[in-house]
Design a protein around this ligand. Structure first.
Ligand code: ARG
Length: 460
């Protein structure tokens, strides 16, 4: 067992094999390589600027780091588990390339502020990618909503047909959710975009570093003002995971609806071959696997949030190795959320709509009963509670007759409420019902188109 090169000075023996296995993070934290090199470059430049290391050494370090990056990106770099993590892998290769000056890079910093910096940079990028994915998702929804602003479908409560709505209105509900998801990510971005570099191990450093300089070169908004907080806080990652979990929850609801809508029992929507899978035994099957997987990815993302909350709970200040477990949770959540978003945007863009099936179900189950009650209020001047009662009796009559409200004769209706007149028929159709809901935020095609146009402008 060989001793560790980085801290072997006070050790007589190297680690056991199992110690290495539990300690090593290079298998996953290699994903931080670009951020690690970016932060090291900024640090080296600052050290030279402040006269802490020589300009020539900084030049050699920066050029060497660029070479390491190129080697990683071209697949020539060999990651070593012996070197534990991305920070030591990069530094060791730098030493092979430039020799002794490499040893000066770690002046006035620690892996504790280094990893906090790298991770914040990574999360910041992930937020920006997810925001782009959300915009694509919103664009797909708005485009389809514009096509289907007047396509009547049943609106549900308790998954029971409730009142007619339109497919466009339904899709636009997800545009609003996605807008709030974007706002949550923007908030997480503000929390993330603060610079911990210079916190060093935990207490800061005695070297005359310039934290404003690294803050500017890494495009952080400000330096973190407490070094203990700088190395030990992960609330930025929790906030990111919280935003991802809510976003994935929104996607899972639409995914579930696509699963329902594509089932023959609903038949509202068809996914093209590109978004369907078949069955190895049942030749007739078309399964919405992508939607089902989005539904399940949500559980993984939520799981990641719970994982990191658990890791951080009751952890005393400052850094503890527990915090190394932050990365897989965040990487997995970001990957899952990104893929789920892309899949949902694709399905929304490509699905085809069976308007006849939607319309048929929209008119079932006495879905315009509220319109009848509203008519009784408006035309006969009854209080809503009484109108509700009268309508309930008319629904019971239709149910007994085995027909819809539209199919009852006026005489039938008058047997319950003598004041009803022939124009009641005009409010019982599904188009009339949807069209009448013109209140702000309502389902009428006219209101939906206004929202579509507003969002088209915003998403330009
Ligand atoms: N691989 C470590 C992590 O991800 C880097 C920081 C190590 N710091 C330490 N004091 N052992 O957290």
């Amino acid at each position: 067992m060989s001793k560790n090169e980085m801290w072997g000075g006070r050790f007589a023996q190297g680690p056991s094999e199992i110690m290495k296995d539990i300690n090593v993070s290079i298998d996953f934290d290699r994903r931080l390589y670009a951020q690690d090199i970016m932060a090291s470059t900024a640090h080296a430049r600052m050290l030279a600027e402040r006269g802490i290391i020589a300009q020539e050494d900084a030049k050699a370090i920066i050029a060497g780091l660029a070479q390491v990056k190129a080697e990683i990106e071209s697949g020539q770099f060999t990651f070593s588990r012996e070197l534990e993590d991305i920070h030591m892998n990069v530094e060791e290769r730098l030493k092979q390339i430039i020799g002794a000056p490499a040893g000066r890079l770690h002046t006035a910093r620690s892996r504790n502020d280094q990893v906090a910096t790298d991770f914040r940079l990574w999360v910041r990028d992930a937020i920006d990618r997810l925001d782009g994915g959300l915009v694509q998702f919103q664009r797909a929804l708005v485009r389809r909503a514009g096509e289907h602003a007047a396509t009547v479908m049943p609106g549900f409560t308790h998954l029971q047909t409730a009142q007619p709505t339109t497919f466009g209105h339904h899709l636009m509900a997800y545009v609003e959710m996605a807008a709030r998801d974007r706002a949550r990510l923007a908030s997480a971005r503000r929390t993330t975009n603060m610079n911990p570099l210079g916190s060093a191990a935990l207490a800061g450093t005695s070297f005359p570093i310039d934290r404003e300089m690294t803050t500017a070169s890494l495009a952080f908004s400000e330096p973190m003002r407490n070094s203990l907080d700088g190395v030990s806080s992960r609330d930025f990652a929790l906030e990111f995971l919280g935003a991802c979990a809510i976003l994935a929850t929104h996607l899972s609801r639409l995914a579930e609806e696509i699963v329902l809508w594509t089932s023959p029992a609903f038949g509202f929507v068809r996914l093209p071959d590109a978004w369907s899978t078949g069955s190895s035994i049942m030749p007739q099957k078309r399964n919405p696997d992508a939607a089902e997987l989005v539904r399940a990815k949500c559980a993984r993302v939520t799981g990641s949030l719970v994982t990191l909350l658990g890791v951080m709970k009751a952890l005393p200040l400052t850094y503890s190795k527990d915090m190394q477990e932050d990365k897989q949770a965040v990487f997995d959540a970001a990957d899952s959320a990104e893929l789920a978003l892309a899949a949902m945007a694709g399905m929304v863009a490509d699905l085809t709509v069976n308007a006849a099936a939607m319309r048929a179900m929209a008119g079932s189950a006495f879905s315009t009963a509220t319109d009848l009650a509203d008519f009784i209020v408006r035309v006969l001047g009854k209080p809503f509670r009484e109108a509700h009662h009268i309508t309930g009796r008319i629904v019971a009559l239709a149910e007994a007759r085995g027909c819809g409200l539209c199919e009852l004769s006026l005489a039938d209706m008058q047997s319950v409420e003598p004041g009803l007149t022939a124009d009641v028929m005009s409010v019982l159709g599904v188009e009339a019902s949807a069209g009448s809901r013109t209140s702000l935020g309502g389902t009428s095609p006219q209101r939906v188109m206004e929202q579509v146009q507003l969002w088209q402008e915003r998403l330009k």
